[in-house]
Ligand binder design. Structure first.
Ligand code: ADP
Ligand code: MG
Length: 265
């Protein structure tokens, strides 16, 4: 079939997800439809429990939707794929493995060439300022350093699509700001497609091309906002620069008003 537009990196069509437990059935997501273009950085925001992690899990192929379909690069998602990297809130580094061995873990599990993976792990760690810590154990690193190592591990398998589930939320505010700048630069340089889940509106606006606001459970897409900072022209400002633009405060106010945070249940 001829198509005028390129195939999106991710196509989510009418996705619904029910969780079943012995006690109850929970409708976590209802009729989610969303396309993510190749190289696009989108942020999903919404209050706790609205289904953000569930949606990422479905895109990763760890769980199938109850209804609807999900495609990555034009192919139906049926299982986890090496072309998709998933990074969690907790860094999940293994305490007994050195940092470089942790970074190689995913590549090892996928059965990729060890020497090549080792070389790539070392290159990434050096690039992210962790060269001196390659042979350290995770507990010898600060929270921000551990998250950089976790990002290196995710990128070591060379995924095209990155799913980031609140990767900065366990960090203190300053570390979070510094790390989001670094990570934005890394991801931009690598031309990755990114879906970032966060409950931090500022993080979403300062990092993403587009912010998707989800409603309370069952999660639906409530609105979306294309983010642009005209004074930077075609260039994207760093998250730090973005926070200083006048548009930042306007986006913040609009999205804040749309989140159901103020409704007390
Ligand atoms: P968020 O990441 O936005 O905080 P989640 O996707 O984790 O939300 O959860 C959405 C809803 O689904 C919540 O009400 C949560 O309690 C429920 N839920 C999540 N995981 C499970 C599970 N494994 N079994 C049953 N219910 C779940
Ligand atoms: Mg979550």
């Amino acid at each position: 079939m001829l198509r005028n537009t390129p195939i999106p990196a991710v196509e989510i069509r009418d996705v619904t997800l029910n969780y079943f437990t012995p006690e109850r059935e929970t409708l976590a997501l209802s009729n989610i439809t969303l396309d993510v273009a190749k190289g696009e950085f989108i942020a999903l925001v919404g209050s706790s429990g609205c289904g953000k992690s569930t949606l990422l899990t479905l895109v990763s192929g760890l769980m199938p939707p109850s209804r609807g379909s999900i495609k990555v690069d034009g192919l139906d998602v049926t299982a986890p794929s090496p072309s998709v990297g998933f990074m969690f809130q907790k860094d999940t580094l293994l305490d007994w493995r050195s940092i470089v061995d942790n970074v190689m873990l995913g590549a090892e599990l996928l059965g990729l060439d060890r020497r090549r993976a080792r070389l790539r792990a070392e290159t990434l760690l050096t690039r992210y300022g962790l060269g001196e810590f390659m042979h350290s154990l995770p507990h010898q690193l600060s929270g921000g350093m551990r998250q950089r190592a976790a990002l290196a591990r995710t990128l070591c398998c060379e995924p095209d699509l990155l799913l980031l589930d609140e990767p900065f939320s366990a960090l203190d505010y300053q570390t979070r700001l510094a790390l989001s700048d670094e990570i934005a630069a890394i991801l931009q340089a690598e031309g990755k497609t990114v879906i970032l889940v966060t409950h931090d509106i500022g993080e979403a606006i300062s990092m993403a091309d587009r912010v998707i606001v989800m409603s309370r459970r069952p999660g639906r897409i409530k609105s979306e906002h294309q983010i642009s900072f005209p004074s930077f022209g075609d260039k994207r400002p760093t998250p730090f620069e973005a926070r200083k633009c006048p548009e930042f405060a306007q986006y913040f106010q609009t999205i804040w008003d749309e989140l159901d945070l103020h409704e007390v249940h």
